[in-house]
Design a protein around this ligand. Structure first.
Ligand code: FES
Length: 80
């Protein structure tokens, strides 16, 4: 699974760095850092919906407060 977080300037301002750090932490904590590849990307052209995060090719709109919920629903659920 590939999870791509937009690090374009608009998404950066909305907290993409914090999102990446939280995801990294959660992946390590669950021992999934080999199964899930975390990547950064330039602007995905959806700035109004940022922070933009893709799980494989599916686009999500995320804010730092929702990372835990997103991780469980969209990452853990897809792996099991
Ligand atoms: S900066 Fe993230 S979609 Fe444009």
């Amino acid at each position: 699974m590939i999870v791509t977080v937009c690090i374009g300037s608009s998404c950066h301002l909305k907290g993409s760095r914090e999102i990446i750090e939280k995801l990294q932490y959660l992946l390590q904590e669950k021992g999934l850092d080999k199964e899930v590849e975390l990547k950064g990307s330039f602007c995905m052209g959806e700035c109004v919906n940022g922070v933009c995060v893709k799980v494989n090719d599916t686009l999500f709109s995320l804010c730092p407060e929702k990372v835990e919920q997103f991780f469980e629903e969209e990452i853990l659920n897809r792996l099991t």
